[in-house]
Design a protein around this ligand. Structure first.
Ligand code: FMN
Length: 543
């Protein structure tokens, strides 16, 4: 926690005047004053011409000599640590109200999570799409590294409608290994897996307060989904879990009195799965919903609402906090950092992206349902090719029914194998992962087609992670418009070069910049002529 610099005091009833180093009146000097966020800013007036200016620190004095300035207002120091809801940091053990969101297939690496923890932020390991053994190894590593130092970390628990057994197994692992914090995502309703994780370990302390062993940050982009996480946990699921000895009766009874999640992350237009909503629309809507539910349920503790999606500049963070976000979460910008699990070639592609270089494309995990993900468009043909596959999937009942010309194109350009060869390798993959998929595909030709096409979608992510250069034009790289905004912001600074982008420097600069912009806006509202340069925080190495 920052140490509060002393705020000048003044004797009661004394007229407020300020004495100190020459106050800033000229726009360029005012920009410098805005940047000194950790100091007290005193708004003063020049009585000779009525101009408003800003003095930094100094002392408040009774009116006296000509070196004193009448005071109009006083702003105490402003710290990046305090931009959000203080209870977020208290609850999760962070210094900053800042989260690095999970990124599937281990793109949010253990290194990323560890670096974020050391810097006082909360990071989530990208467990989605990984084998249980890899998730387990990551959990062990993070626990070993961070638990002895009391540092915060978490793991993603993603809803897997096509593979409920996988979701259950990951939840089970997280409970067994004592993982205290989870980012829950892609849920449309609640499942036994997430309810079990949230409810297990609930106890009542000596003062009668319900204490949680497991904390859930639920990522949502719709009201109807948010409602599930803000409501008390559903009795039907709790009873079912008690019946199969997955929860105690005492845990279930407590769970029926508290929300599943005390942190709700509103995800606006982001990389990967997204409803493409603007944050300025989504966040106020969810805050209102939260207020209604918390009042209706008479919860003892408030539910915090955080912001994600589109946050790649200091201004984006400042606006999220100004809207009332308890914390902020980034994703796309971290993927381009050196701690990310993405291959160097793909990271270099991300560093070239501009705001409009993103596009929606079919998702590998929810292909048949027509769900899209937001991906990078510049430098890769993945989106166009994946869209073509989805079109063909919709139009024909089986691989055999695909017209010869289309088939030749798919085999040559995408699969680089015949349909028969592609099915053979796909079949081998599913035989070890989930044999029921093979059984179904052998009697359902449309499902066989989906699995073959999905294999291209799945591999295209792997090629980007592994840096398979001969598949460069097939790279599937999840990415939101925040990436382009970030690239524009850092152009010409030390963060421009991909090799110098660390997730910690990105986080510290975004937070510092958000504090500076917040101060600039505060001073502007007092009528000071704050120049636009005050809102242009340039990245710099920060400790
Ligand atoms: N969110 C999840 O909950 N689970 C995931 O597996 C996951 N994978 C992601 C992979 C990539 C490459 C990216 C860019 C995002 C992913 N996300 C995932 C979303 C992020 O956790 C984060 O919420 C989001 O990226 C924030 O929006 P932004 O991309 O605009 O910064």
């Amino acid at each position: 926690m920052p140490v509060l610099a002393s705020v000048p005091t003044i004797a009661p009833h004394a007229p407020a005047h300020w004495r100190g180093a020459a106050p800033a009146f000229a726009p360029a000097d005012l920009a410098g004053a805005c940047a000194q966020v950790r100091h007290t800013a005193v708004v003063v007036r020049d009585d000779r011409d009525g101009r408003l200016g800003v003095g930094i620190d100094g002392t408040l004095v009774a009116a006296g000599d000509s070196n004193c300035w009448p005071v109009l207002g006083l702003l105490p120091p402003l710290y990046p640590e305090w931009l959000g809801d203080r209870t977020f940091s208290e609850t999760h053990g962070t210094r900053f109200p800042y989260v690095a969101g999970a990124m599937a297939n281990g793109i949010a690496t253990t290194r990323l999570v560890t670096e974020m923890a050391r810097a006082g932020c909360l990071g989530f390991f990208g467990a989605a799409g990984l084998s249980l053994a890899r998730v387990e190894a990551a959990v062990d590593e993070l626990a070993r590294e961070l638990d002895p130092r009391g540092m915060p970390w978490g793991v993603n628990l993603i809803h897997s409608p096509g593979e409920p057994a996988v979701e259950d197994a990951v939840a089970d692992l997280l409970i067994r290994r004592g993982v205290r914090c989870v980012e829950a995502s892609a849920f449309m309703g609640l499942t036994p897996a997430i309810v079990r994780y949230a409810a297990s370990g609930l106890t009542v302390d000596g003062s009668g307060t319900i204490q949680r062993r497991h904390r859930v940050l639920a990522k949502i982009s719709r009201e109807e989904v948010a409602k599930h996480f803000m409501a008390p946990m559903p009795v039907a699921i709790l009873d079912e879990l008690v019946a199969r000895n997955a929860l105690t009766r005492a845990e279930a009874d407590l769970a029926a009195r508290v929300p599943l999640a005390e942190d709700i992350t509103c995800e606006a237009d982001s990389g990967g799965h997204t409803d493409n909503r603007p944050l300025a629309v989504l966040l106020p809507t969810i805050l209102t919903l939260r207020d209604r539910i918390v009042a209706g349920q008479r919860y003892a503790r408030p539910i915090r609402v955080g912001a994600a999606g589109g946050l790649g500049t200091p201004g984006a963070l400042a606006s999220a906090f100004a809207l009332g976000a308890a914390y902020v979460q980034t994703g796309s910008v971290n993927q381009a950092c050196v701690e990310s699990g993405l291959g160097a070639g793909a990271r270099a592609m991300l560093a070239q992206a501009s705001m409009a270089d993103v596009i929606m494309a079919p998702a590998a995990d929810m292909f048949e349902m027509g769900v899209d993900v937001q991906v990078l468009r510049r430098g890769t043909l993945f989106a166009i090719r994946a869209r073509k596959l989805y079109e063909i999937y919709r139009a024909y009942p089986s691989l055999e029914a695909v017209p010869a010309a289309e088939r030749a194109k798919i085999e040559k350009e995408m699969l680089r194998a015949s349909f028969e060869e592609a099915w053979a390798s796909t079949r081998a993959f599913w035989s070890s992962r989930d044999p029921s998929q093979v059984t179904r595909a052998e009697s359902d030709p449309k499902h066989r087609m989906a699995l073959v096409f999905r294999s291209y979608l799945g591999l295209s992510s792997r090629w980007a992670i592994d840096g398979v250069t001969e598949r460069l034009t097939d790279y599937q790289i999840w990415c939101g418009p925040a990436m382009g905004a970030f690239n524009t912001w850092v152009a010409g600074s030390f963060l421009e070069a991909p090799a110098r982008r660390t997730a910690v420097q990105v986080a510290l600069n975004l937070l510092e910049g958000a504090a500076v912009l917040t101060r600039a806006q505060q001073l502007r509202t007092f009528g000071l002529p704050i120049p636009s340069s005050a809102f242009d925080f340039r990245p710099r190495p920060l400790a």
